[in-house]
Design a binder for this molecule. Sequence first.
Ligand code: SF4
Length: 325
Amino acid sequence: MSKEILLELKNVRTWFQVEAGTLKAVNGVSLAIQRGETLGLVGESGCGKSTLGRTILRLYRPNGGEVLYKSKNIWNYSKSEVKRFRKEVQMIFQDPYASLDPLNVVHDVLEEGMRIHRLYPDKARREARILALLNMVGLNEDHEYRFPHEFSGGQRQRVGIARALSVEPELIVCDEPISALDVSIQAQVVNLLKDLQKKLGISYLFITHDLSMVKYISDRIAVMYLGGIVELAESRELFDRTLHPYTQALMSAIPIADPDVEQRRRRILLSGDVPSPVDLADGCAFCQRCRHAQERCRRERPALREVRPGHFAACHLAEEVSHDL
Ligand code: SF4
């Protein structure tokens, strides 16, 4: 049975005019996020993934294409629909410290969204809800009247998660939510997000540059390069049978704990620099760094196509260059 699509992007383009020309931060992206799933969005910094997240959140208006939430274009919403969207689609930031008002205690942080969206108008029920939210993210009443600077990085991210949950969202865009945290804390936050998803059925778009971490939280993974999706598949399938040369290079850079395996395996080093996303040339965006590039790749931009069931790649030679890692 096919799952309900909560959010869908159809050929979305978010471009910016800069001095040097047109910066094509998001350049023709089509994606869908199903209810209750985690879609990982992976790519190097500057690939456009955060711009894509902000386009989904209605913070950037795309120049072309459509962003549909619950089957309706978010730019055709009435005022009340915008308000509902702002409640149902939340964000967790990379740096929770920067996103929390240093003058507000946690109680006020968690209460703000409820007030704006008129949730729990009864004071006693609102107080109970705040305590429940703290418990949900592994904090307790001792933390309720503390300021952000009194918390560790991991605890602050827990406050950020509780704030997102306070308005009962259906989709959370998590923009590099663990990259500012110690490695030991990263797994705790990822496990917390997974537990909350199981309990509450929330969908996540999990944006990160770390392919190894996204494997553990994502049902499906989309790999982004220079404004476009180059590969999309279920998490396990992507790791078992990588199709796109760029994903293969990212995979080969993930450290492996076993020193024997680490020594035997082949690293794929990317040659050349990431080209500028300003006035991109025709053809495959990965062409200049791809060891398989041919004349056709320079002429013709490859479309994202289904190469194996449910496994999409934007590469003319996906069938030939794919291999088991
Ligand atoms: Fe490499 Fe050509 Fe595939 Fe692009 S289309 S990734 S240049 S083989």
